[in-house]
Design a protein around this ligand. Structure first.
Ligand code: PEP
Ligand code: MN
Length: 445
């Protein structure tokens, strides 16, 4: 290992929040050793390309669309599930690109999003208290004592599940499915006649006409036939991220080859903590979630530590303030970070500041709040002359009932119909596409 990267024990010694308490140290060592022997899931050069694209976002020349499940599951690694997620992301990207004429950087929150920080270490149901579920990377969702024991073998399973997902994504995005001539096909089996489905059809028709025209004049660039989709997840479990950190033979520099982009969560962004230390050493493009307690000084210190060379594209700040707070809390943050001359891409996570418990007990979010936070994010950046660089959303390509509101008017009463998330509520396909149209309008103004 490169001497610049602390070993795992040294990292843990710095203090690491939200880590599993593994009962068997030898089993952890065995899993880590196994992971270290596996080939990279992504290449350093791909990570660098994403950094270049995020530099364009930082300069105000592109928009980031980052989305996927709150928590992927091993069972969720099926062709249908991955394709549906990809499809909604492709549809959203088309809407944003076409309606706003801005290049869209496509970043899946998938192929590695298996570990979850929790607000409580325990969960109580019907008087029984067990360790909280921390994602399939750590323990089982099933509410039994045995399932909730952290098992390091699961980290090996994360690798294989991520590899399968990424393989399928690469096949879909370069093998014809993402071809722009499929723009209508992505919409079939969509609730035909749904308002948002018809609106999408109108965009698709216009794109079709443009493609036909391009073809007629003899232009058929590669970009029409494939998209570049990158992967991302929260870098949470140190054993996994450390084992997947490798020295790139081309440049002799360390990369976390588990994903193109990794981010530090709101609960693990302590300046002197292990997560910030590890991510300060890798060369991937990285993000940090910034919640409502973030001061401008915190953000500046994080940028100085994580991006000391002030490289555009290296650092993305993902703000998640809540719809009711963003207009007050974001301006001083952006102003001071920008005044310090720091190069960051600003992205809005309109999900995590807007979660509440419905009367039925389901964790939910309303599309109105989500939209309002994005609108607040745009308003603040527009008034400061800075660039609202993108959105980071929890979504799925399926017709789940986890968030309320939207054109289908999903009510709290409906949440039980198809609530499948093992963690936070996701926008369903209709809600996701609706959000894309709303954001496209904000971008156009
Ligand atoms: C998440 O993205 O699922 C998450 C836990 O976010 P945050 O760290 O912003 O709370
Ligand atoms: Mn979440």
């Amino acid at each position: 290992m490169n001497p610049a990267i602390p070993d795992l024990a040294a990292l843990h010694a710095l203090g690491a929040a939200q880590q599993p308490s593994y009962p068997d140290a030898a089993a952890v060592d065995a899993a880590v050793a196994r992971l270290r022997s596996y080939p990279p899931l992504v290449f350093a050069g791909e990570c660098d390309r994403l950094t270049d694209k995020l530099a364009a976002v930082t300069r105000g020349e592109a928009f980031l669309l980052q989305g996927g499940d709150c928590a992927e599951t091993f069972d969720g690694v099926t062709a249908d599930n991955v394709r549906n997620k990809l499809r909604v992301l492709l549809q959203m990207a088309v809407v944003l690109t076409y309606a706003a004429s801005v290049p869209v950087v496509k970043l899946g929150r998938f192929a590695g999003q298996y570990a979850k920080p929790r607000s409580s270490d325990f969960e109580t149901r019907d008087g029984v208290t067990l360790p909280a579920y921390r994602g399939d990377a750590v323990n089982g969702f099933e509410f039994t004592e045995a399932a909730r024991i952290p098992d390091p073998q699961r980290l090996v399973d994360v690798y294989h599940s991520s590899a399968s997902t990424l393989n399928l994504v690469r096949a879909f995005t370069t093998g014809g499915y993402a071809d722009l001539r499929q723009v209508h096909a992505w919409n079939t089996d969509f609730v035909q006649g749904s308002a948002v489905g018809s609106r999408y059809e109108a965009v698709a028709n216009e794109i079709d006409r443009a493609l036909t025209f391009m073809k007629a004049i003899g232009a058929d660039p590669d970009e029409f036939h494939r998209v570049e989709m990158h992967s991302s997840h929260e870098a949470l479990v140190l054993e996994y991220e450390h084992a997947m950190t490798r020295i790139d033979s081309r440049t002799d520099l360390p990369y976390d080859v588990s994903s193109h982009f990794v981010w530090i969560g709101e609960r693990t962004r302590q300046l002197d903590g292990a997560h910030v230390e590890l991510l300060s050493k890798i060369r991937n493009p990285i993000g940090v979630k910034l919640g409502p307690t973030t001061s401008a000084d915190d953000a500046i210190a994080l940028s100085e530590k994580l991006n000391p060379e002030n490289t555009p594209g290296r650092l993305t700040f993902i703000t998640r303030m809540g719809a009711g707070k963003i207009r007050d809390l974001l301006p001083p943050l952006v102003e001071k970070v920008e005044a310090a001359g720091l190069q960051v891409a600003w992205v809005s996570d309109p999900m995590h500041g807007n979660t509440y418990e419905a009367s039925s007990g389901y964790k939910t979010r309303s599309l109105a709040d989500v939209t309002d936070e994005v609108q607040g994010f745009f308003d603040v950046h527009r008034s400061l002359g800075t660039w609202p660089g993108g959105i980071h959303v929890e979504l799925t390509g399926d017709d789940v009932t986890e968030c309320v509101g939207g054109l289908e008017d999903l009510a709290e009463m409906d949440l039980g119909n198809r609530y499948e998330s093992v963690c936070d509520p996701r926008l369903n396909r209709v809600q996701s596409l609706e959000l894309a149209f709303l954001v496209a309008e904000m971008l156009r103004k």
